[in-house]
Design a protein around this ligand. Structure first.
Ligand code: URA
Length: 210
């Protein structure tokens, strides 16, 4: 597993405003989108491209275009939805699938409660969006789900992570080749499973406490 923490003053600046308890929902939503565009730039360094011949007003030349099959963006419901617009802005030709993960209150295992994805993900490059990598349970389950469907290349993009969650995902993936791009790696998880210092409940701050 490769972990890349995006290190850029603009990201840290926007993250600071995002973390602030006094930042209202509309500003929070706009900042998540902006941060996501910056993280998408980092996260798509390995996006597959193919050569294409074009003619400029001056001469013929060869450039690149996004290769087929198109990349698949998979926001994890609900908070991952807040990251989607920022990602498609940078990768408009990508397709979008959805995955809803929740914890089964009896077994405490993450389960899939909603899924809209192609059956066969062979050879697809997948970009999973989940803002908070806390315990790592739902992210690990989501990545495993995609790998079982045949995805060969998975990048998860998270705004914040706790070291405990990263370690859990690594352990669950048993050496599978996955990349995780983070806006910041925070200190720890608290007893309630919140990232510290974190930003609170990302879903609630994006969409309210419904
Ligand atoms: N999910 C969140 O939204 N925030 C946390 O701090 C942990 C999990």
């Amino acid at each position: 597993m490769r972990v890349h923490v995006a290190d850029h003053p603009l990201i840290t600046h926007k993250l600071t405003v995002l973390r602030d308890v006094d930042t209202p929902s509309p500003v929070f939503r706009a900042l998540v989108e902006e941060l996501m565009t910056l993280l998408a730039y980092e996260g798509t360094r390995g996006v597959r491209v193919e050569p294409i011949d074009i003619v400029t007003p001056v001469s013929p030349t060869t450039g690149v275009r996004i290769a087929d099959p198109k990349p698949l963006i998979v926001p994890i419901l609900r908070a991952g939805l807040g990251m989607l617009e920022g990602m498609v802005k940078l990768l408009p030709s990508a397709e979008v699938g959805f995955l809803g993960m929740a914890r089964n209150e009896e077994t405490l295992e993450p389960t899939t409660y909603a899924e809209r994805l192609p059956d066969d993900l062979s050879d697809r490059q997948c970009f999973v969006l989940d803002p908070m990598l806390a315990t790592g349970g739902s992210l690990a389950a989501a990545i495993e789900f995609l790998l079982k469907r045949g995805a060969t290349d998975v990048t998860a993009i998270c705004i914040l992570a706790a070291p405990e969650g990263l370690a859990f995902v690594e352990e669950q993936l048993h050496g599978q080749d996955v990349t995780i791009v983070l806006g910041a790696l925070d200190e720890r998880l608290n007893e309630q499973g919140y990232i510290v210092p974190g930003l609170g409940d990302a879903g609630d701050r994006l969409y309210g406490t419904v």
